[in-house]
Design a protein around this ligand. Sequence first.
Ligand code: AHR
Length: 513
Amino acid sequence: MKKLLFLVAAAMLSISALAQDATVRIHDDGTGVQIPKEIYGQFSEHLGRCIYGGLWVGKDSSVPNIDGYRKDVFNALKELKVPVMRWPGGCFADDYHWMDGIGPLESRAKISNNNWGGTMEDNSFGTHEFLNLCEMLGIEPYISGNVGSGTVEEMAKWVEYMTSGSQSTMANLRRANGREEPWKVKYFGIGNEAWGCGGNMTPQYYSDTYKRYATYLRNYSGNRLYKIASGASDYDYDWTEVLMKAIGNSMSGISLHYYTCMSWSGSKGKATVFDDDLYYDVLSKTLEVEPVLKRHIAIMDSYDPSGRVALLLDEWGTWFDEEPGTVRGHLYQQNTLRDAIVAALNFNIFHKYTRRLKMANIAQVVNVLQAMILTNETEMVLTPTYHVFKMYNVHQDAEFIESDVTTKSVRANRGGNVPEVSATASRKDGVLNFDLVNTDLKASKKVLVTFDQKSVSKVISASILTSGDVHDYNNFGTTANKVAEKEFKAYKVTKDGVEVTLPPCSIVAISMN
Ligand code: AHR
């Protein structure tokens, strides 16, 4: 009799599964693996209007500011709970001489930003301005040091200037510039893209150089540096291999850069104008980060089976053509619902690899590439990507929960399958949070979400990010909130789990207990 009842129940479940477009099975027994909050990190470079006009307008600006920080941006970042922010580059880092950016404003060096359009850099935003911003917003700073054109002495003194509480000349110089107590600086990158704009080095040459620089970066006054080696780009597995072999025992982490970029030589495509084929190509390119992560991680596993060295994806995001009419070299691009889908798909992947992947920094925070925030003279716009970061905030430092998705896929022209439905889940403080993404451009998807342990039965909150058209974006003026998070109601809790109807191109966040 028991067997018969079981068969009937199983048959009923598979009939109801058949009525769905996709099923998401959440293994709510848990994994014990934490999603580090640093996966939700940001990157801010002296590039275009990221710093000037983005984060910083200066104390005398007519734009409302808090000690020179743009007030609207400051408050939006506070809301976002940014865990970590990388600065001052990028390519700019290997051209940056930190002493240019300290002391009285009028005596700071004026230089040409040679990487990014030759724009005049007046160094009014420097070490104090960055570290104070981090302190005010509760952000962990991640400093990128200059290996390409800087010296060992210069880098060593920077660390001492920022973190020493002694009476040394560097610590006293900091005091003379208005900061008595040392800052806490954990993350320190030893160069950026050493294979390219950071010095065009071979991996072996960089490894030797790394050792020299790393030797002189000291831990002062209880500060403990987490030294990060400049890692590979995309598919350069040899770079990771050589570094792991040569300096695997002297670094805390190694970086990786992976952009959703369709071409490094020709047009990268427009941020707001694209056809269906290109939409799927972009999604396929973004999903390719998963095999790339897997291969770099496999190499790291073979040299460091205990997982001591972290992988940090400290540059990622979409890279499209610059908006027409904007300054060349400033990498200003708009941000549509497509970017939001890209961000969500990336997080759904990143969560799976946090045994090794300990940080990710989207490029960049304001006005550059896949930005969270866009500004003009007086207004600020929160992009669709900002909303994804906000919706996914609940995963910061939560326990990762595994899930399996059964769904159809679309074959992209460039190759690669784009699943119609993607998902991720985590648990914090007894609340199970999961996100569902429908990548389909035209069709809604009925999704049945089940829970192995039936540990949850009540929806606490549900929200959605979508819009009538995947090309929609938020712009200054009346369309600033076209793509924004809204309450979501198209779900039903049943004895099998939750039935959810996802509109085309949508991201849904549900919290249950
Ligand atoms: O994020 C823009 C640039 O992309 C960075 O400066 C560089 O590191 C990368 O090539």
